[in-house]
Structure formats: C-alpha cells, structure tokens
Ligand binder design. Structure first.
Ligand code: MEV
Length: 312
C-alpha cells in the first residue's frame, strides 16, 4: 500500500484581488491534511473512494477518457503526465480539511492523488509539474482560479503569489501565530468569485480601485512579515477585511467572528479564502491564543485551529 498526503492552505491577504492579477500572501496549514492511500489489484478498474465527499467512482478506461469529474480528471492528468495506462486498484482519500471552507480542500485532494499515483508507480514529477496538473482541476471548481491554492499546497511554503509571475517564497522574520476559525457555513468559491466578477463587470473602475487597494495592503503586509512587525501585519489584515466587505464576500457569521477576535485582543482579523462563509483568521500573540480562541468559540466558531507560521 502507498500513502501520500497534502496540506491545507490559508490566504493571509489578497484573496479575490489575486484573480485580477494582484499579489496575495498565503501559507500552508501543515496540521490539516488530506491522506490518499493506494493499493493495486488485478481488476481492470481503479476504484476511487472519497469518504468525505460521499463519492465512490469506478474508473474504467472509458470513464477515464471522458469524465469531467475533478477526481477522475486528476487521475487522467497524472497518468498522462507519467505516460502510464490505467491500472486496477483502490485509491482511498480521507481528508481532515473541511470542504467548501476556504482552506483549499479541492487542491489538497488533487495534490494527494497526484502524489500517491506517482509514488505508487515508482516515478517522480517535479513540484512545478504537480502544481500545473492540480491547477487544471482547480478550473473545474471555479472557472477563473488564480492558481494560488494549488501553488501554496504543492510547495507547502509561505508564498507571495502573483499570477503569471515566478513564484516568490515569503521570508518570515519572526514566526507568528494564527487562529483559523470556521463559521461552519459551507461556501462555494465558484459563487463568491462569480459575485465579485458581477460587481467588477457592473463597475470596472471602482472594482479596479478596490483591487489596487488590496494590492497595496499585500505589499505592506509582506514588508511587515519580512521585518517582523506583527502589529502592522494585523492592521493590514483588518483593512483587507474591510475591502472584502466592500466586495460583498463577507457574511454576518464571518463579521461576528472577526469582531469577537478583535475585541478579545487579536492584532488583526479577516475572512480567509473565498468568503461568504468558511473560515476567518486572527493574528495573535502566543499568550493571547487561548483567550482569543475561547472568544471565537463563544461567538459561534465550530472549530478553531492554532497554527504557527514560520520561515520558508
Ligand atoms: C480561494 O482560495 C482564493 C480566491 O482568491 C480564488 C482564487 O484565487 O482562485 C477567492
């Protein structure tokens, strides 16, 4: 049996604007992972079992050639990249990453599948190549992905990401602590990205101004991270949340958690990912972490994860 894993991600600043070619910052969440296991057998069918998605797909050569389902597409892309035919077996995916919550579960599932098939066949693919394969499935989840989710997950490093530009790793001066709190409201990135697109098309000039404002915050936050100024990072996060509210991708549940974190002393707080539900993040000192986490639970968070972001 072969096993491979992939991490979750969280966007620090710049979500949505990154779709419009502005920069964004994202970090891996290594404690939350997808695990894929693969065992060959002598049937002609590859059974794909995704318990968390409630899906079992029997992949025959015909289905492999024609299916548009993300799980099958990533198997097809991987085998094609490796120059290998379909083989019989059972590939089981189990994920600790909540679905539709802004933590990159789709990209993590695809990454784990590429890795497990590649390792199982005793072959290798570069991280860049894995990243490109996973990007193809991201387009199935929402039409215009920036590529930030697959990039941070494939490389499992903090990144400064701008579409079409060479990847830049973030250098982190002082490790910092984040709380990631889940509203418990499932939200589709496709829907939130589509909503921002509608606002953009209705008033392109206003939308571009907002995207520029987000980009300026991303640059400020990058400087703060690279020089270890936590309070400046927190302020940039707060301002980014306000801009995301203007883009109409926040929600009452997200706003409630953001307010609770700030009232409990967090240095900054904002929604993270597609929004309209899903997760928010709060920047805290290690000493504050448990009291801010308690305040977040009190304000309705169904799950709070603490993670330390350290150097690349
Ligand atoms: C989703 O994690 C991040 C968004 O900016 C979409 C994307 O970048 O493709 C909302």
């Amino acid at each position: 049996m072969t096993t491979a894993t992939a991490c979750a991600k969280c966007i620090l600043l710049g979500e949505h604007a990154v779709v419009y070619d502005r920069p964004a910052l994202a970090v891996p969440v290594s404690s939350l992972r997808v695990t894929a296991t693969l065992e060959s057998n002598n049937t002609p069918v590859l059974e794909l079992v995704a318990d968390d998605l409630g899906e079992t797909i029997l992949v025959t050569p015909d289905i492999l050639a024609r299916s548009a389902q993300a799980l099958v597409v990533i198997v097809r892309e991987t085998l094609h990249a490796l120059g290998q035919p379909l083989f019989g077996g059972r590939l089981v995916i189990s994920s600790k990453i909540p679905i539709a919550s802004g933590l990159g579960s789709g990209a993590a599932i695809s990454t784990a599948i590429v890795r497990v098939i590649t390792t199982h066949l005793g072959l290798t693919l570069s991280t860049d190549h894995i990243n490109q394969l996973v990007y193809k499935t991201e387009t199935l989840y929402h039409g215009t992905p920036s590529g930030i989710d697959n990039t941070v997950i494939a490389f499992e490093k903090p990144v400064y990401f701008k579409r079409g530009m060479p990847l830049e790793l973030l250098s982190i001066h002082n490790p910092f602590t984040l709380l990631i709190a889940d509203t418990g409201v499932a939200a589709s990135t496709r829907v939130s990205v589509g909503h921002v697109r509608e606002l953009h098309d209705a008033n392109p000039a206003l939308s571009e101004t907002r995207m520029d404002a987000v980009a300026a915050l991303v640059e400020r936050a990058r400087t703060a991270i690279e020089s270890g100024e936590s309070s400046a990072l927190g302020t940039a996060m707060d301002e980014n949340h306000a801009l995301l509210q203007q883009l109409e991708v926040s929600s009452p549940e997200l706003d409630r958690l953001v307010t609770a974190a700030r009232s409990a002393g967090a240095l900054g707080a904002k929604l993270s990912g597609g929004g309209m539900g899903g997760n928010m993040i709060a920047l805290v000192t290690p000493e504050q972490a448990s009291s801010v986490a308690a305040a977040l639970r009190q304000a309705g968070a169904v799950r709070v994860i603490e993670t330390t972001v350290s150097g690349s």
